[in-house]
Design a protein around this ligand. Structure first.
Ligand SMILES: O=C(O)C(=O)Cc1ccccc1
Length: 310
């Protein structure tokens, strides 16, 4: 298997900075790709061992291109996640003043994080979306746009200067990134893990979503993300991307997935992996009646009943 990780490039993205915080990145060749799709396709084609891409931010929620790629096409699995606090710098060619700026560019996920700043400081600037924040910086270097919102660290790489730094409409804005590979055995549980799945309902009926959520609720499995995405089959047709606390080797999570498998049209398992937000010491104990020991004891009891040995 090639020892390389694809990532949303070009060089100087927040994605690259987040990727370099993973110890395993130090032993891999890191290859920038122009889009999330092309990075994930490199994994599907076997050109890269894994791809590192943004998936969610605390201001706008899911990064839809990434979710849609994981929902469709050849199955992929999430192995790691990284959280990064994000503030933007306004990068310009040396000598540009604020009053010279007519066009600004960044990744679409950056826009909700700088909207108020733009309204207050550059109300007439025209927004142009770029494939990533670093790509916006590259386009400023080439003269296509006047300014880019990107990490301050991208300035040197693209010969730009930061006219303003620390731009963030929301305090403590964080972006979540994931390392995605081809399906294989998930990493062993750490005690602070997360499981991601995509669910497709079997049919449309009142309380359909409640039925899906009920599978988690009755087994004491807490949800961390619920994002509906259109299936493409017409208005009102959605699948659900869900992150839940716990690992597939936890009995309550495995039993939840079994329950979902029985009632859903399709369940896509996207992986169980260590969560980046808290460590083992901060994980809540399972709700009474939902620990592994209680599940095992209950299934032994049923077996004894089936044998007439209760
Ligand atoms: O990694 C980047 O630089 C990106 O373009 C994706 C992104 C967009 C907005 C916030 C964080 C990451």
């Amino acid at each position: 298997m090639p020892a390389s990780y694809a990532y949303l490039g070009p060089e100087g993205t927040f994605t690259e900075v987040a990727l370099r915080t993973l110890p395993e990145a130090a032993t891999r060749e890191l290859i920038p790709y122009v889009s999330v799709q092309s990075a994930l396709d490199a994994v599907r084609a076997g050109e890269a061992e894994a791809a590192f891409v943004p998936i969610e931010n605390s201001v706008e929620g899911g990064i839809t291109t990434t979710l849609d790629e994981l929902v469709a096409g050849a199955p992929l699995m999430i192995y790691r996640e990284v959280l990064l606090s994000i503030t933007f710098a306004l990068l310009v060619r040396p000598g540009t003043r604020l009053s010279d700026i007519k066009t600004v560019s960044a990744h679409p996920a950056a826009q909700p994080q700088v909207r108020n700043w733009l309204k207050n400081n550059l109300p007439d600037a025209h927004w142009e979306s770029a494939a990533s924040n670093a790509d916006a910086a590259r386009l400023v270097q080439e003269g296509q746009y006047d300014a880019a919102f990107a990490g301050e660290f991208a300035a040197a790489r693209y010969g730009l200067q930061a006219l303003e730094t620390g731009i963030h409409d929301a305090e403590n804005a964080q972006t979540r990134f994931v390392l995605v590979g081809r399906p294989a055995r998930p990493a062993a549980p750490t005690g602070a893990d997360k499981t991601s799945v995509v669910l497709w309902q079997r049919d449309d009926h009142p309380g359909g979503l409640r039925d899906l959520l009920g599978e988690f609720a009755t087994r004491g499995v807490n949800l961390m993300l619920l994002q509906s995405r259109p299936t493409g089959a017409g208005i009102g047709n959605y699948c659900f991307c869900i992150d839940a606390e716990g690992h597939i080797s936890d009995r309550r999570v495995a039993e939840t997935l079994m329950g979902l498998k029985r009632i859903c049209l399709e369940v896509r398992f996207l992986g169980s992996y260590p969560r980046a937000d808290i460590g083992v010491q901060d994980v809540r104990s399972p709700r009474q009646g939902t620990s592994d020991e209680e599940f095992v004891a209950a299934s032994h009891w049923v077996a004894r009943c089936q044998d007439g040995r209760f």
